[in-house]
Design a protein. Structure first.
Length: 296
């Protein structure tokens, strides 16, 4: 009678071993190719909320172009828990106004680092250095009214009044609301802002984030960056101001602030699949008219 080793050896014939190696190589190549495609070129996302309605609906699946703005890898190989060298590719160009972009959530307005690692999708409204102002829901960029897409969803029968609760709107201490907002300047790399006791709370958190720690403090009526007294600050990064197309139902830059360029993942290109999970029946209804729809 054959022992267990003999049975094992009889099973792993040269032909079987060759097939196992072949299949292993194919799987490795497929995973590697998927990794590089996802890391540098495109990525798929599902729309989870109604903040971009009517442009994007809950249940839309979109393709995001990561090559356009440049990208970085996470430094981990997918499916396996081991590190690989980090790669970074230069972008073809900078993000443009009115483009729909996917980005990593920068955190709530008072957080040094985000409490949750999630991706957001919004429309890019403000470029670095722009002055943003919203008057009765109308958006102005550098004192010129923005010509917005016809798909922007605004409920003109509802308009907020000036609020005095700094817990709701970014930045703290402003008597603004979501419908009457600003003016506010989007930080730009190399731009200098003057700081005083009246405006330091507006900029404290973004300065702390640039240093990766809490560096701003106020002592004896003076503003300190670590142990140095300062009266101005030079920004180290470019930032962007984002709004949802569904203006009355969108948590965006009006609430949590600016998005640094390094957190932008890519531009939303098209809807490749769409289902209505709220449709009647056991299976969700497919929205055929939205499939392969280009996004603008």
């Amino acid at each position: 009678m054959e022992n267990s080793d003999e049975k094992k050896n009889s099973f792993l014939t040269p032909k079987v071993r060759y097939k196992l190696k072949e299949y292993t190589l194919v799987i490795f190549i497929a995973v590697t190719a998927a990794f590089f495609l996802k890391a540098f070129f495109v990525e798929a996302f599902k729309i989870p909320t109604a903040s971009m309605r009517e442009t994007l609906l809950v249940g839309d699946f979109i393709v995001v172009n990561k090559l356009l703005y440049g990208t970085k890898t996470s430094g981990k190989f997918p499916l396996f828990d081991f590190k690989i060298p980090k790669f970074e590719t230069p972008g073809i160009r900078e993000p443009l106004r009115n483009e729909i972009v996917v980005f990593k959530f920068p955190g709530n307005k008072d957080e040094l680092t985000p409490s949750e690692n999630i991706n957001y999708i919004k429309r890019l409204i403000g470029l670095p250095g722009d002055t943003i102002k919203i008057i009765s829901k109308n958006v102005f960029i550098n004192n010129v009214e923005l010509n917005e897409s016809e798909k922007i969803l605004i409920n003109n029968s509802r308009e907020g009044s000036l609020i005095f609760d700094s817990d709701k709107i970014f930045p703290v201490g402003k008597n603004w609301n979501e419908d009457n907002y600003g003016p506010i300047v989007v930080p730009k790399e190399g731009a200098v802002i003057n700081l005083d006791l009246y405006n330091i709370n507006e900029w404290k958190n973004i300065i702390d984030r640039e240093h990766g720690e809490r560096v701003i403090s106020i002592r004896d009526g003076k503003i300190y960056l670590k142990e140095k007294v300062i009266s101005n600050y030079t920004f180290k990064k470019n930032y962007y101001f984002m709004l949802g197309d569904n203006r009355d139902d969108s948590l965006d830059s009006r609430y949590w602030g600016f998005v640094p360029q390094e957190l932008i993942i890519g531009r939303a290109e098209l809807i490749y699949w769409s289902v209505d999970n709220e449709s009647e029946g056991l299976l969700p209804s497919i929205r055929w008219s939205r499939i392969l729809h280009l996004l603008h």
